[in-house]
Ligand binder design. Structure first.
Ligand code: MG
Length: 387
């Protein structure tokens, strides 16, 4: 089997509270008629089109090659332009999407689901947490009510809220320092949600790297009695030593990783003891096998993996194959609750989300396909769909 063509297109719309919902999809075509699709998360149209360009440039390394040679093809793409940033975004996003498409083809060619190519599965269904927003109401009561409503109605065993940009008490729009009023409000929000849902449902809190070290330490220490599943990106992602400082000062579980890529960056995070949980975004971090490597490195540090996920059902199912195949999987994010067309965009074993879980597909390959009609209708303005 040989690769005959590689194409990409940008699909999605910016939906409120959606975590981006702009995705670049890659299709790899073969001379045997098997087509593989992979998703690269982009989160913005600018990045989406940059990823598409990168895919089109890298096509020349793929045409005529055996698509089941997934490892060497991935490493060729990553190494060919190391000095041009192939281990960094947005090019690593493009490589991730191509690698996912190659795994989709390989699974289809062998008649097996992707998790079997990773050594088999530890679990049939993947535990999810719901990323929640209370809407325009920034009161602690609104946050608590939202959490209770979603847990009761949809069955999640874990939820997450953002606490940056509440708009309450911010004195300076530029510096990362949390004012006394803002800090009090944030702590009240977290305490209200914890009181509302009790201690038998997991609660994570995301700071989006918006705080400085002293503010992050104050917050992390203040919420220690609230037993968070984790406090996410309490400081910006670039300085791992700064995050390690925060982690050393608190017993609150610290999580990071949606802005880190490839095994090398996660190795550094773990060696510097900067976090307790890692959360690579599996549509960005390098690919299906790269995610397995990242998880295995974390496992050697006895650190769990809780992947970040704002993908379509296709990228999310690709993540589920990895989550199924690693021992140290904790929980996977679901960010599509507020996207009205999230389910319609893809075909597969529906409903994709059942009672706070996603069942791992047993179909050959990734097991989820784009619905061409819906995907075409959601093509980003100015782009063209696959041939
Ligand atoms: Mg986050």
């Amino acid at each position: 089997m040989k690769i005959t063509d590689v194409q990409a297109c940008v699909i999605g719309r910016h939906e409120p509270d959606s975590g981006g919902s702009v995705w670049t999809f890659v299709r790899v075509y073969t001379d045997e008629g098997i087509v593989g699709t992979g998703e690269c998360n982009s989160a913005s149209a600018a990045s989406g089109f940059a990823v598409k360009q990168a895919v089109e440039v890298m096509k020349r390394f793929l045409i005529g090659k055996d698509p089941t040679n997934t490892g060497p093809l991935y490493e060729t793409l990553r190494r060919f332009g190391r000095y041009g940033g192939t281990s960094s975004p947005p090019i690593i996003f493009a490589i991730t999407g191509i690698e996912n498409a190659l795994y989709d083809i390989t699974g289809k060619a062998l008649g097996v689901p992707v998790y079997k190519l990773l050594g088999g599965k530890y679990r049939d269904k993947i535990r999810l947490y719901a990323d929640l927003h209370a809407g325009d109401d920034e009161s602690p009561e609104a946050y608590a009510a939202k959490a209770q409503e979603v847990i009761e109605e949809e069955g999640y065993s874990a939820v997450k809220f953002d606490v940056d940009h509440t708009g309450v008490g911010k004195l300076d729009p530029v510096n990362w320092t949390v004012s006394a009023k803002e800090m009090t409000h944030i702590i009240n929000l977290i305490a209200a949600v914890r009181e509302g849902i009790g201690y038998e449902t997991d609660l994570a809190i995301d700071c989006h790297g918006q705080f400085d070290v002293p503010s992050a330490i104050t917050l992390a220490k203040a919420v220690e009695p609230l037993r968070l599943m984790w406090l996410e990106e309490p400081v910006p992602a670039e300085n791992i030593d700064a995050l390690a400082q925060v982690r050393a000062k608190t017993s609150t579980v610290i999580c990071t990783g949606e802005n880190q890529y490839t095994r090398f960056e996660f190795l550094e995070l773990l060696q510097k003891q900067a976090c307790d949980v890692i959360m690579p975004d599996l549509s960005k971090a390098g690919g299906i096998m790269e995610a397995k490597r990242i998880a295995d490195i974390a496992d050697a540090f006895y650190v769990p993996i809780a992947p970040h996920n704002v993908s379509s059902p296709l990228g999310m199912m690709a993540a589920c194959h990895v989550c199924a195949a690693v021992a140290n999987f904790l929980v996977l994010e679901f960010h599509g609750r507020e996207i009205p067309w999230w389910n319609d965009l893809c075909d597969g074993d529906k409903p994709f989300i059942r009672g706070g879980w996603m069942h791992v597909s047993e179909a050959p390959g990734i097991g989820v396909e784009l619905n061409d009609k819906v995907a075409k209708s959601l093509l980003w303005p100015g782009d063209t769909y696959f041939d």
